[in-house]
Design a protein around this ligand. Structure first.
Ligand SMILES: [Ca+2]
Ligand SMILES: [Ca+2]
Length: 193
């Protein structure tokens, strides 16, 4: 603070973020300070984002998944994450509300951003998820989900759609909420030793 070169958080963005998240002004300002330190340019590049992800997944290849996550957070499609996108992302992934998280999951799976998910997009994300899973853990997966294609088939089956049909956001969210297994298959959480 008090540094003329660091751009201050505009009132407009602050008000907008308070409205669209449940974060308080103090929290948002605190994050802004951290964000400025982490990223003096005010924008996170895909490469920086991949490096952040790589730290969380030291035993696997998180690059592909990180790229998809980046795309889902880059809502204005300019190839970088600004502070606003970063906070919205933080809100979506950290808030306890399941529907918010699933809205985000939908945008993750909607690779071409056309408002629908098709089976090849499910397969693409399952391939990225698979690369997150350490090899040793892959070998212990159940028979019907031990390849990206099997995982995609199993997941797709929960939605009651033919292979050439597509899923709208509401159908995706309902399908996942109704099925514990679908909920488990849409993401990867490292196993605790
Ligand atoms: Ca952006
Ligand atoms: Ca799509």
């Amino acid at each position: 603070m008090g540094n003329a070169t660091s751009s201050a958080l505009s009132k407009e963005i602050l008000e907008d973020l308070k409205l669209s998240t449940k974060f308080t002004e103090t929290e948002i300002c605190q994050w802004y300070e951290n964000f400025q330190k982490l990223c003096p340019t005010g924008r996170i590049s895909p490469e920086e984002f991949e490096q952040i992800y790589a730290r969380f997944f030291p035993d696997s290849d998180a690059k592909c998944y990180a790229r998809h996550v980046f795309r889902s957070f880059d809502t204005n499609d300019d190839g970088t994450l600004d502070f606003r996108e970063y906070i919205i992302a933080l809100h979506m992934t950290s808030t306890g509300k399941t529907t918010r998280k699933l809205e985000w999951a939908f945008s993750l799976f909607d690779v071409d951003k056309n408002g629908y998910i098709n089976k090849s997009e499910v397969t693409e994300i399952c391939q990225a998820i698979f690369k997150l899973i350490p090899k040793e853990e892959q070998s212990r997966l159940p028979e019907d989900e031990n390849t990206p294609e099997k995982r995609a088939n199993k997941l797709w089956a929960f939605f009651d759609k033919k292979d050439n049909e597509r899923l709208a956001e509401g159908e995706f969210i309902t399908g996942v909420i109704e099925n514990e297994n679908a909920m488990r298959l849409i993401h990867y959480e490292p196993m605790k030793d």
